[in-house]
Ligand binder design. Structure first.
Ligand code: ADP
Length: 619
């Protein structure tokens, strides 16, 4: 997508850029200083590319020139100049990269900004690749001069007032790199003072890995803080570093260092964020790990070092064992990376374990933010299965929904006669009250884990048992429930019950697999459960979302033979087995059970039958 050429050397911005510029110039005034951060970040990217190219490219313009960023400001003229010795741009690249918006999320971002441009959105400007344009907040005209690293390249000058046009021309430029200059608007002239610029760099760009000079004075402390010893690291610098690499505005929940020497050598400084990043910035999810080789930046979103279920961890991994000129493909298949992955996985799990012991509140916060991703580890990770299972947390039917418990805590509280660990898959914690299968457990004060995360349906079958105790869904038929005495005294006798069950089978036909007496019901007349060969009903709902052709398992209807409706049904059968009302009531009870599961497909039929029954009883 190129800009449209108007007259000689004069082009028009593509529509999105015009729109963006309009927003930037007219509505974003809260943090004008971020233009400095954005320009430095672009310069740093260009320098990083140069640093890597230098290792492989034999012919480079000014091979010896130091990789650095120079800023010159003049408070008397309000001029601002930023210059780098980075990779530079060709004419085509200037047109393409400065004249269009590369990132697909940008239009959405623009929309959001328009709806209400908050300061938080503003922080995202850089992430959307609109960084360069933030300069138009503080100036009326920007000039960019650039020349690539290739010795035969020519210089290019791009100039724009940020309205709808820009000009581009070839120029003499002896040096490699990019120079951007402009005059600050009257109200922003303070950014032409070295003090203000230095303070801004300290705030946003302190960890940039290249020296930054302001009016020839070096400003940033280029420092690989992951090389520091634990005792030397201050909380402030660690938090500052975290914010810098993660774009998170909040401090991390926790962090830790790893330093391994021997077979494999690497250092890492890793962070657990407090919460998931802003959902509409997918880039933030991708930015996981920065990979360095001996303090030289290699990659900013390495996807290979961490297993998927630990990808919420952010930080830096620096290994001197990795050759600097390594390609992305080689990183992917490198045995070194695999070794680092193995070690880091163990270290992260150990860290989580320590956090769970030392700071329960923080651990729970971690689990609320990242539990869904983390849990999935059980399905893929054999070697750390047991550890991950120990680290799982669930809501409990016995405490308020904010509290989370571990399987270990659950087992410790079990009565000796309880042989199984019970759980229920529930849409929400409160929806548990609608589930008749919980009645027995409430009545007998047996704890049930309440699994409200949709991923639980997929993950929990992988646990199978914990400390020799099988995990059982209370919605399935194969749980070991003893009959309680109070129920026993109120039940109808077995022969009558069997006659009724035959009748029910007759009426419901192949809607159900079987009918049996229930031990789990207290106040409900019937419930549907799944045979041990089938799946939990809620799990099936999730499977159906994933696989449209998924076949539901046939259900078993459990009947509470102490319930008044059931007792009345038996009496009706004794009086007149042909009474049609019996069939209607059986169908109605079955539909009620479906309704509670959210599975009733034909509410019209249900209501019509209910009305027919009401007519009968009100006659
Ligand atoms: P982003 O940096 O997020 O991609 P920008 O609008 O700030 O978005 O920059 C667009 C592109 O212009 C960059 O991706 C880069 O390719 C190029 N660019 C910007 N500044 C420089 C620079 N100083 N040196 C080389 N290329 C640059």
């Amino acid at each position: 997508m190129e800009g449209n050429e108007l007259q000689h050397n004069e082009y028009e911005f593509v529509a999105e850029i015009k729109q963006l510029l309009d927003i930037i110039i007219h509505s974003i005034y809260t943090h004008p200083e971020i233009f400095i951060r954005e320009l430095i970040s672009n310069a740093s990217d260009a320098l990083n590319k140069m640093r890597l190219l230098r290792l492989t490219e034999p012919k480079i313009l000014d091979p010896e020139s130091e990789l650095q960023i120079n800023i010159f400001v003049d408070s008397t003229t309000s001029n601002f100049i930023i210059e780098d010795t980075g990779i530079g741009m060709t004419k085509d690249e200037v047109v393409q990269q400065i004249g269009t918006i590369a990132h697909s999320g940008t239009m959405e971002f623009l929309q959001r900004l328009k709806e209400g441009g908050s300061a938080d959105n503003l922080n995202l400007i850089g992430k959307f690749g609109v960084g360069f344009y933030s300069t138009f907040m503080v100036t009326d005209e920007v000039t960019l001069e650039t020349r690539t690293y290739m010795p035969e390249s020519t210089g290019v000058r791009w100039k724009s007032q940020g309205k709808d046009k820009y000009t581009i021309e070839e120029i003499e430029k002896p040096k490699r790199g990019t120079k951007i200059f402009f005059k600050l608007k009257e109200q922003y002239k303070e950014y032409a003072t070295p003090e203000k610029v230095k303070a801004t760099i300290k705030k946003y760009s302190n960890f940039i890995d290249f020296p930054i000079y302001v009016n020839k004075e070096k400003v940033n402390t280029v420092q690989a803080i992951w090389y520091k010893k634990k005792e030397e690291l201050t909380k402030d610098e660690v938090e500052e570093f975290y914010k810098f690499i993660s774009s998170d505005s909040k401090p991390p929940l926790s962090y830790f260092q790893v330093s391994i020497e021997g077979n494999v050598n690497f250092k890492a400084l890793l962070f657990i964020p407090e919460s998931l990043p802003n959902y509409f910035v997918p880039e933030l999810f991708e930015k996981t790990l920065l990979l360095y080789s001996n303090k030289v930046f290699i990659q900013d979103n390495n996807q290979e070092i961490l297993p998927d279920y630990l990808k919420f961890v952010k930080g830096v991994v620096d290994t001197e064992d990795l050759p600097l000129n390594i390609s992305r493909e080689t990183i992917q298949n490198s045995p070194l990376i695999l070794k680092i992955k193995k070690i880091l996985t163990t270290k992260i799990l150990n860290h989580l374990e320590e956090l769970a012991i030392s700071d329960n509140a923080k651990y729970n916060q971690f689990f609320k933010s990242f539990g869904s991703i983390f849990k999935s580890g059980i399905t893929i990770e054999q070697s750390h299965r047991d550890k991950i299972i120990e680290l799982l947390r669930y809501k409990s039917s016995k405490s308020d929904p904010e509290k989370l418990i571990s399987l270990s805590e659950y087992v410790q509280k079990m009565k000796p006669e309880q042989k199984e660990i019970y759980y229920v898959l529930a849409e929400t914690f409160d929806s548990l009250d609608k589930n008749p299968n919980i009645e027995y457990f409430r009545k007998n004060n047996i704890e049930v884990l309440v699994l409200t995360d949709p991923i639980d349906a997929l993950v929990v079958p992988f646990i199978i048992e914990y400390k020799g105790k099988p995990l059982k869904s209370i919605d399935m038929a194969d749980i070991r429930i003893e009959k309680s005495e109070f129920q026993e005294s109120e039940r109808i006798d077995a022969e009558l019950a069997n006659q009724l069950f035959d009748k029910i089978k007759n009426v419901l036909g192949d809607k159900i697999l079987n009918v049996q007496e229930s031990n789990r019901l207290v106040s409900s007349p019937v419930t549907l459960v799944t045979s041990k060969y089938g799946h939990d009903a809620r799990a099936e709902k999730i499977y159906k979302i994933i696989d449209k052709n998924f076949q539901s398992s046939a259900k078993i209807l459990e009947v509470n033979t102490g319930h008044p409706i059931i007792k009345n049904l038996v009496k009706m059968m004794q009086n007149n087995p042909e009474n049609h009302l019996i069939d209607s009531i059986i169908l109605q009870l079955y539909d009620e059970a479906l309704l509670l599961e959210g599975e009733l497909e034909n509410p019209k039929e249900f209501i019509e039958r209910l009305n027919a029954i009401l007519i009968k009883v009100s006659e």
